[in-house]
Design a binder for this molecule. Structure first.
Ligand code: UD1
Ligand code: CA
Length: 459
């Protein structure tokens, strides 16, 4: 049996935040969730997360099947953190240990690392990187013949050791059977008075145990996030990766550096995305769509061949070949059918709009069920609120709602019903009927001419 332990109890003081560090998001997903997801994708389905600071908040935010939380009341070091999971350790197999603040580790890298550990039948394997700025990291100490003999923390390192540029990435594999024994022998006799997990390396080396270091090529992968500058750096790396992944899968990003696609978004082939687009949450976009500049789409499903221009779409669905915008606002619960047109300055909320229907300009469609092939003229308002309660409006297939009309809910316009421009509808409009409700128009001959002439004479 294989298991992963993810250390996430530290305070994260340098984030200067009320939120636990591991809950800060990178591309829309908490750092800890990135690590858990990657660990699972790499084939480890049993995952123990050690929480401490803000533990309840972390547990609530990251509820994952197959993930067990253990609490480290006092943060006495990384070795102490692993001790908290001791009762859950499998009797044999591999135990991987990772940190919750290294969200950039890749699935392929983890898989290769696990393979390295198992193929070499190591007792301990350590992921390392050679970096330009080793400051702050534990240094990999090796013998003349290249064997790993220990890890020395920055604060305990001699000048000579500080010059070593191969650093400990904080990701390890241990032979499960040996780990408990080493944990029980850890002491806190070091510069920080902590139980260092890394001391196990020295112990195992002294016993002549088989160990190995696995050096990652891309040092970004083990970058730890300790402050908001590093958080932004991690975000940039992740954003670039996500953008490249979608481009390689057939999505055109006109300007990849200016598109924000969160980690769980999905996009179909031949979709073209313009600058300033923000795609978040569980958004799914189909094939052959066009997402124009400055559009924001959150937790929505967009089917194939949809055009979206400079619009905001939240928790909604948009059917095939529909066009939205420019400057449309689809609020939660909007469900658009196929070949619908939602034009400029149209707001839709908690409403379904059937296939082929149009609201081309300046309308509010709230709390409504609109059928197919309905025409909603310019400036139509679905009056859904009486100051106390909200009501729904139904507009059946092929109805025509003239410009500048109000449909005062609850009300129904039956199929082929016709509402004359400027009408305030408060009664059910029967199928095929016309509803007209406006002040009667009068014509006064010569009135306009007289007024304008008078104005000219005065000036
Ligand atoms: C650790 C390693 C260092 C390595 C670096 C890589 C040790 C002693 N040092 O140093 O060799 O180069 O990571 O990033 O292991 N944590 C707990 N409980 C604790 C202490 C820490 O859960 O009591 C968690 C933290 O939340 C964090 C992780 O362990 O996710 C690493 O702790 P941190 O204090 O950041 O270790 P570093 O000093 O960075
Ligand atoms: Ca760290």
């Amino acid at each position: 049996m294989n298991m992963a332990i993810i250390l996430a109890a530290g305070q994260g003081t340098r984030m200067k935040s009320r939120k636990p560090k591991v809950l800060h998001s990178v591309c829309g997903k908490p750092m800890l969730k990135h690590v858990i997801d990657t660990v699972k994708k790499a084939g480890l389905d049993s995952c123990v997360v050690v929480v401490g600071h803000g533990g309840d908040e972390v547990k609530e935010a990251i509820s994952e099947p197959g993930t067990v939380f253990v609490t480290q009341e006092q943060q006495l070091g990384t070795g102490h953190a692993v001790m908290m999971a001791e009762s859950l350790l499998p009797p044999e197999g591999t135990v991987a240990v990772l940190c919750g603040d290294t969200p950039l580790i890749r699935e392929e890298t983890l898989r290769a690392f696990f393979r390295f550990h198992e193929q070499n039948a190591n007792c301990v394997s350590v992921m390392s990187a050679v970096v330009d700025q080793p400051y702050g990291y534990g240094r990999m100490i090796k013998s003349a013949d290249g064997n790993l003999t220990g890890i020395v923390e920055e604060k305990d390192a001699s000048e000579e050791e500080k010059a070593i540029r191969e650093i400990n990435g904080g990701i390890y594999c241990f032979e499960a059977g040996a780990l408990s024994g080493y944990l029980s022998r850890l002491t806190a006799q070091n510069a920080q008075g902590e139980y260092y997990l890394t001391d196990i390396i020295g112990m195992a080396a002294a016993e002549g145990k088989k160990m190995g270091s696995f050096t990652v090529k891309d040092q970004e992968e083990i970058m730890g996030v300790n402050n908001r500058v590093q958080l932004a750096r991690a975000e940039a790396v992740m954003r670039k990766r996500i953008g490249e992944e979608w481009m390689l899968r057939g999505v055109t990003l006109i300007d990849p550096a200016n598109v924000y696609i969160e980690a769980d978004v999905e996009i179909g082939m031949d979709t073209v995305i313009y600058p300033g687009v923000i795609l978040t949450g569980k958004t799914r976009i189909g094939e052959g769509c066009l997402v124009g500049h400055n559009s924001r789409i959150q937790d929505s499903r967009i089917d194939d061949f949809v055009t979206i221009q400079s619009s905001t779409i939240i928790e909604s669905t948009v059917g095939e070949k529909t066009s939205v915008g420019p400057y449309a606002y689809l609020r939660p619960g909007s469900r658009l059918g196929k070949e619908v047109k939602i034009g400029d300055f149209v707001e839709v909320k908690n409403a379904s709009i059937g296939d082929g229907s149009k609201a081309s300009h300046l309308s509010y469609v709230g709390d409504a069920d609109v059928g197919e092939h309905v025409n909603i003229g310019c400036g139509v308002v679905f009056v859904n609120y009486d100051g106390i309660r909200k009501f729904r409006t139904t507009v059946e297939d092929h109805a025509f709602i003239g410009s500048n009309s109000n449909l005062v809910a609850p009300v129904v316009v039956e199929s082929y019903g016709y509402v004359a421009a400027g009408t305030t509808v408060t009664m059910r409009v029967p199928g095929g009927a016309l509803a007209v409700g406006r002040a009667k128009e009068r014509l006064i001959a010569g009135w306009g001419e007289r007024k304008m002439k008078k104005k000219e004479n005065e000036s």
